[in-house]
Design a protein around this ligand. Structure first.
Ligand SMILES: Cc1ncc(C[n+]2csc(CCOP(=O)(O)OP(=O)(O)O)c2C)c(N)n1
Length: 174
């Protein structure tokens, strides 16, 4: 992410992932953790981007993004606004926190789906790109902050491996 920019993290697993990475100290980080809802991350990010002179990147999960997609319905989205959707095809957090995975109702928590952000991006005038591995991610990020149009990068991760990789990594840290 560019220096001196602002980042808005969605809640759920996204804000937890963010703690695993070093952030450049010139970047200001925000997250709606207080209310903990998935219903306002995109709205907040667009409002904050509009109010700020700095570039804003929203990093969000797929359910949060689709839940609050009405936020894109306005004519004030700054051209330098960027969205990164980490699409793990549902609410991946429910496989990470204790509880849901040990019941036979996981699918009702996770709400798995096959949606992508492609058509919403086109409808709302965002340049859209996709990443599904390290190579496509590096390619997708290489020109992500150039140009004069809002952009959305959708990163697909496999829902059946996400929680395992994260838990393995946390065990490694221990
Ligand atoms: C308005 C609202 N409804 C339901 C929830 C419960 N909830 C917490 S996290 C979550 C799933 C979020 O999924 P996603 O944005 O895809 O992120 P992931 O868990 O995959 O990182 C849900 C439904 C909530 N926080 N707010």
């Amino acid at each position: 992410m560019p220096e001196n920019s602002e980042v808005q993290f969605g809640n759920s697993a996204i804000i937890r992932y963010s703690q695993l990475y070093k952030m450049n100290r010139s970047i200001t980080v925000f997250c709606n953790r207080g209310t903990s809802g998935i219903d306002g991350s995109t709205s907040t990010a667009i409002g904050a981007a509009y109010a700020s002179e700095k570039r804003t990147t929203l990093v969000t999960g797929d359910l949060s993004f689709f839940y609050d997609s009405n936020a894109l319905w306005n004519t004030h989205i700054p051209k330098n606004f960027r969205i990164i959707v980490i699409n793990n095809s549902g609410g991946g957090i429910f496989k990470i926190i204790p509880g849901p995975k040990s019941t036979d109702s996981l699918r009702y928590f996770e709400a798995p789906h096959c949606l992508t952000a492609e058509h919403l991006s086109k409808m709302y005038g965002f340049e859209y790109s996709v990443a599904s591995d390290l190579e496509s991610l590096q390619k997708g990020l290489s020109h992500f902050y150039e140009g004069n149009q809002p952009k959305l990068l959708e990163i697909f991760t496999p829902s059946d491996q996400n929680d395992l990789v994260l838990k393995e990594y946390i065990n490694y840290l221990k």
